[in-house]
Ligand binder design. Structure first.
Ligand SMILES: Nc1ncnc2c1ncn2[C@@H]1O[C@H](COP(=O)(O)OP(=O)(O)OP(=O)(O)O)[C@@H](O)[C@H]1O
Length: 807
């Protein structure tokens, strides 16, 4: 019997199948649309949940704050008048800030206190002023000698009697201090020592000092004990110090002496630890007369301008970027550059020094004496920039720090908030800049070997190119530290309007659908990490983009058939792909395994616990589904310097440093480089940095040094610290030919690099943009620089001036 269907039936069957296929495809499309919709709703739901938690936290902690300040924020206390006089006359401070008055009053009333105020918010005054007004001594426990020295220096300048007992205090000084304290106990003094600073080791290790404390307390001459940077007590904090644990001895030794704990960051777990370790009384409710008072003050500091800037994968270039940024934005200002390693602090300091910036370096390997010396030099302004590990900075009180740069990311966002908070303590504008590249995330992972819960908020911060930095801090601290959003000011939910993300164009903030790429990466990691689990993020990125990874010594290149594994190569720029990998790690699509050798720990990447959410799907289900939306930074358009001796490359310096791009070099470079493929434009400010650097490379900046190069080159004169950059010959760009005739023959651009570059006569701002575009399109940059590469690195060999339109 034949199974063949009659012709009509067959055609009907075929037709039905074909209709079914169409319907299935439509259903797939509908499902994909619904999934994207669900993902969107999910995001909106999370946003609403987050908002509700914010409101709850706000209401809850607002209550605590008002209870704590109710009785004390007044001028009605018996000591109010004398305290105000001391504040003005001795401390030269006109009025109280934030919750300073309430804390001072609570201190003089003998309360236990936990005070959380922003870095640079003025915590010191809250115990120094009561100490000055009291009759006994205030003992301050502080984690770092540099911090202590700084405070003592400042207090002595104000003529407040303060001393320190640390490892570097000489025997004769210690003797003197002890005599003073004994005299105080015996009521035998005219002017008493108001403040005595010690490190926590002094409490944990010196029996002699502990018995001195006890004697002071027994004789009612110990007014209070202040624990500065109190978060160091807790292992849950970002800066745990084992010696802080031993501070539990204090309450036992001097049970009736009030204790004050000060910090800028205090998550609930840290706060609980504080209470436990320091033996503080339970937090008081309402207007109880006993119990520990908890004060917080707004943590947002509007004078700090936060930004995250891209960092080159090559370390030399990365360092140059930092040097040039400083030269351009803060040539004569005081600042700190935080580095991850001791070696990095020294190298960067050398480069900055070579660029003519008075720079010192600071790290744990330096001897105590050297540290103190550097610290004093910095305080006196003899050193302008300090390149340091995080050993430098906690509690550093230099008011005029105009910038804090992080050459690499911090270990946690709490840490970053503290470190960057060293800037702008005088309330004036200051920049807080992180130079970030995704590979730093893996380096830090290798250093920390875990601790993702602390690292991820930091990574989210640097990878987020959309949300206002102030709001990111506010969300982080209000969740992680359960701090009230009100701690970020009354307008806590308003964007700051001046960070990099607030200043970014909306077009740069648009999310990109990377569902397919994320799916491919998950598939790839699942595949290769089963057969071999040792691929770094960089290698996974290579495999994903090229299907092969660079061979190790004498080994063949490792290849993966990407078509079979995940339907083809991942089509994404390398920088963006590494950025995506970090994002996948923070979201659980990827995870990290660590491999330790005697010298280093390497972080290897593999599929994470959430990977199944993507890997279980088919390619058609993820492709264009909108499941995974990420805003990636724009790929940088860095052009490669030609390799090989003698090869040269023309670079054109644009003149618009104070015109249409309003000093934003990156925007300027991006715009100009989009105009012409053959010529690389560099912004004027960066060119100045280059020239300055070369000047110090070749001439050392010494008096009378002169750099004259042959024809076609720029002459760098260094005469009595005046530098002239004199163009000697004009070189024509092809497109310039028509316009060159009316340009002066020797350019005439002479600039004194020591002072400000002479202001150019510029048209009114309304016409700047069109003028700038016209000039750039006509190929009329004011100055051109041709560059060769020699052993000193890039050498500027020619600067030519075109005209100034307004001349
Ligand atoms: N009420 C005030 N008015 C003006 N300036 C003040 C006031 N209170 C403190 N300052 C100044 O602000 C600067 C920062 O104060 P302080 O060193 O106490 O900050 P901090 O809160 O201890 O910061 P950190 O956590 O970084 O140690 C100091 O230079 C101090 O003199």
């Amino acid at each position: 019997m034949s199974s063949a269907l009659p012709m009509g039936a067959h055609a009907r069957t075929m037709k039905e199948m074909s209709e079914n296929r169409i319907e299935i495809a439509q259903m797939d499309a509908e499902m994909a649309r619904l999934q994207a919709e669900i993902a969107k709703i999910q995001r909106r739901k999370e946003e609403k949940q987050r908002r509700n938690r914010d409101i709850e936290a706000q209401q809850q902690v607002k209550g605590d704050f008002s209870a704590a300040t109710l009785n004390y924020d007044s001028e009605e206390c018996p000591w109010s008048r004398s305290m105000r006089t001391a504040m003005r006359e001795t401390f030269k401070i006109k009025d109280y800030r934030l919750c300073q008055r309430a804390v001072c009053n609570a201190n003089l009333d003998g309360r236990d206190i936990v005070c959380v105020m922003p870095t640079g918010g003025g915590k010191s005054l809250t115990y120094q002023l009561p100490a000055f007004c009291g009759t006994g001594v205030t003992v301050v426990i502080s984690p770092l000698i540099s911090l202590i020295s700084d405070q003592i220096m400042h207090l002595n300048e104000l003529n407040v009697l303060a001393a320190k007992m640390t490892g570097s205090t000489s025997a004769s000084e210690i003797k003197q201090i002890k005599t003073r304290l004994t005299n105080l106990i015996e009521n035998n003094v005219d002017r008493h020592l108001a403040l005595l600073y010690v490190t926590p080791e002094k409490i944990s290790k010196s029996k002699d000092f502990r018995s001195l404390l006890q004697r002071l307390a027994d004789n009612r001459k110990l007014d209070r004990i202040v624990v500065d940077e109190a978060h160091c007590v807790s292992q849950m904090g970002h800066d745990f110090r084992p010696d802080y644990r031993e501070l539990h001895l204090l309450r036992k030794l001097c049970p009736s002496v009030p204790i004050m704990a000060l910090t800028a960051t205090c998550p609930p777990k840290v706060r609980d630890d504080l209470v436990k370790v320091l033996g503080l009384k339970p937090f008081c409710k309402d207007n109880e007369l006993d119990g520990t008072l908890y004060f917080t003050a707004p943590l947002y500091r509007p004078n700090l301008h936060y930004s995250v800037l891209p960092k080159s994968p090559q370390s030399k270039k990365a360092t140059d970027t930092v040097v040039n940024w400083i030269l351009k934005h803060h040539r004569y200002d005081c600042g700190i550059v935080y580095c991850t390693s001791r070696k990095q602090t020294e190298e960067l300091a050398r480069d900055l020094q070579a660029a003519g910036i008075r720079t010192g370096f600071y790290h744990a390997d330096k001897k105590d004496g050297e540290k103190e010396h550097l610290h004093e030099q910095w305080h006196r302004g003899e050193i302008q920039v300090v390149c340091a590990t995080i050993a430098f900075g906690m509690g550093i009180d230099k008011r005029d720090v105009r910038f804090v740069i992080h050459h690499s990311i911090s270990k946690s966002l709490d840490g970053y908030y503290q470190e960057s908070g060293r800037a702008g303590r005088d309330g004036k504008d200051a920049d807080c800049v992180i130079f970030y590249r995704p590979q730093d995330a893996w380096t830090l992972a290798g250093m920390l070997m875990g601790g993702e819960e602390k690292m991820f908020p930091m990574l989210n911060f640097v990878q987020d190119v959309v949300e206002c930095r102030k709001l990111q801090f506010a969300h982080y601290f209000s969740h992680s530290a359960e701090l009230a959003l009100s701690a970020w000011g009354d307008d806590a939910m308003d964007p700051c309007g001046h960070c990099d993300n607030c200043m970014r164009n909306d077009s740069e903030k648009e999310g990109r659908d990377v569902s397919l790429e994320a799916w491919q990466l998950v598939k790839l990691m699942k595949k290769v990490c089963v057969s071999k689990s040792r691929y770094t993020a960089q290698q996974i990125s290579d495999l994903a983009r090229k299907g092969k990874v660079a061979p190790k010594k004498n080994a063949p290149a490792e290849t993966v058939d990407m078509d079979r594994v995940c339907g083809g190569l991942v089509k994404m720029d390398a920088e963006q792909l590494e950025f995506l990998l970090v994002w996948m790690w923070t979201k659980g699509y990827a995870s990290v395994k660590y491999q330790q050798t005697a010298y280093t720990t390497t972080a290897y990447i593999c599929a994470g616990p959430m990977a199944f959410q993507l890997s279980e799907l088919r390619k058609e289900e993820v492709s264009g589904s909108g499941r995974t939306m990420v805003t990636l930074p724009k790929p940088s358009k860095e052009k490669k310097t030609p390799k090989g001796k003698g090869k040269s490359k023309e670079i054109v310096v644009s003149d618009d440093e104070d015109d249409m791009f309003e000093d934003d070099d990156e925007v300027e470079a991006e715009y100009l480089n989009g105009l012409d493929d053959e010529v690389q434009y560099i912004p004027y400010g960066i060119a100045l940095g280059l020239i300055q650097k070369q000047r110090s490379d070749v001439g050392g900046g010494g008096k009378g040094k002169q750099r004259e190069v042959e024809e076609d080159v720029i002459m760098v004169h260094d005469d009595d610290d005046d530098v002239e950059v004199a163009p000697v010959q004009r070189r024509k760009r092809k497109s310039d030919a028509a316009t060159d005739s009316d340009e002066p023959s020797n350019g005439g651009w002479v600039s004194n690099l020591r002072g400000d570059v002479p202001a150019r006569k510029g048209p009114a701002s309304a016409t700047r943009a069109s003028r700038g575009k016209k000039r750039a399109k006509a190929g009329k940059p004011v100055a051109k620089v041709a560059k060769t590469t020699n052993r000193l690195g890039p050498e500027v060999i020619e600067i030519m001036d075109s005209d100034d339109d307004d001349a």
